[in-house]
Write a protein that binds this ligand. Structure first.
Ligand code: SF4
Length: 365
């Protein structure tokens, strides 16, 4: 009798995973109760990874997109995000500097592209940019694009005010990144100087300006399964093109110092959940992967289709050569500059105008 009960339970979870995969493959929203089962851990981890892997392969094949971060301005932030080594009052012994010159940034970008990076993420600490900061970033984008016209440039400067997203778009930025980080219910516990709604507002401004929206999460800050689900579904409502999944780097000198609550299994379950919620969206394995996934990093490539290459904002990542070897060993390939990142299924939602003004074809009227 116990044996029969056990068999029923296994079949139930098989059904759940099969259903999640089928729903995700159809690019339809998954149900919260099924999503919760992915996190619950009452089934085999490899079954979860295998189900998520079907979805990843369908939309992204064996490609892994590499992204690189350039921290244009480091430390000395007036905001108090608890996870951040650059926060107000941080005693983390990080590099602190003001704006990196456009030429220096272009040199870093060029090296990263030669090493396989397809996207350059230009990040600066602070609540949000002043107009003169936007001018600096415009010059930086110019310098990067002069050497590497095909590279994607994503900008991450904090909260945007009127007109700034338009300026970045006009300067050639491809995307804007602003993470929601944690659930709305918990946001006040990790930051008191701005709100979840502020972050949503900036993402919406970026999207309205034609920038590709990038927004993700940080896990390992005491969140419950419900918080993980709330955040995943809140992000889905914003319809981002890329979703970075970070695992807390518990810097000494920050409020979250010494916080090591994640296991490799928990990280993989979260990544699988994000793959089901974002089947055809770039799910990017981001900060903290080395220290939390450890020897299970290659399994994460079966769920995420994108990783950061090189170092993070204020901490070092594993050597780029090790990442490239890991990708090859796991049977994946580095996505080329000329390859399309997002599947046609997403691209067909945005049809570039090829008729009307500026063409020989009549306007759509
Ligand atoms: S996450 Fe950004 S806004 Fe928050 S403290 Fe760090 S640099 Fe400042």
């Amino acid at each position: 009798m116990p044996r029969a009960r056990k068999l029923t339970k296994v079949l139930d979870m098989d059904d759940v995973l099969g259903g999640l995969a089928r729903t995700a493959l159809a690019r339809e929203p998954i149900r919260r109760d099924a999503a919760r089962r992915v996190l619950a851990g009452d089934d085999e981890l490899l079954d979860v990874v295998a189900a998520g892997s079907r979805v990843r392969r369908q939309f992204f094949g064996r490609r892994v997109k590499l992204n690189t971060i350039i921290n244009l301005k480091s430390g000395m932030c007036p905001e108090d995000c608890g996870y951040c080594s650059q926060r107000l009052g941080s005693e983390a012994e990080i590099l602190k500097y003001t704006w990196v010159s456009p030429d220096e940034a272009a040199g870093i970008a060029d090296r990263a592209v030669r090493a396989g990076a397809k996207r350059v993420c230009l990040v600066a600490s602070g609540r949000g940019p002043h107009e003169r900061d936007i001018t600096r970033v415009e010059r930086t984008i110019d310098a990067i694009k002069a050497d590497r016209p095909d590279v994607e440039v994503c900008v991450c400067l904090g909260l945007l005010s009127d007109g700034q997203a338009d300026r970045l778009r006009a300067a050639g930025a491809h995307a804007y990144s602003h993470n929601l980080n944690t659930s709305e219910a918990r946001y006040g516990e990790i930051c008191s100087t701005h709100t979840f709604a502020d972050r949503v507002d900036t993402l919406e401004r970026a999207t309205a300006a034609g920038l590709s929206p990038c927004s993700g999460a940080i896990f390992g800050m005491g969140e419950s399964d419900d918080d993980v689900l709330d955040l995943a579904f809140a992000l889905r409502d914003l319809d981002p093109d890329s979703v970075p999944v970070n695992f807390l780097i518990p810097f000494a000198g920050t409020p979250f110092e010494g916080r090591w609550e994640l296991t490799p299994e928990r990280c993989l379950r979260i990544l699988a959940l994000f793959r089901f919620v974002f089947p055809d969206v770039e799910v990017r394995l981001a900060g903290g992967r080395e220290i939390h996934l450890r020897s299970l990093q290659p399994l994460a490539l079966h769920l995420a289709n994108s990783i950061f290459l090189g170092d993070y904002l204020t901490s070092e990542g594993q050597p780029g050569a090790d990442d490239r070897q890991m990708i090859a060993d796991a049977g994946f390939t580095v996505e080329g500059l000329e390859e399309q990142s997002l599947p046609d299924a997403r691209h067909d939602l945005v049809v570039l105008r090829r008729r009307g003004a500026g063409t020989d074809l009549p306007a759509n009227a």
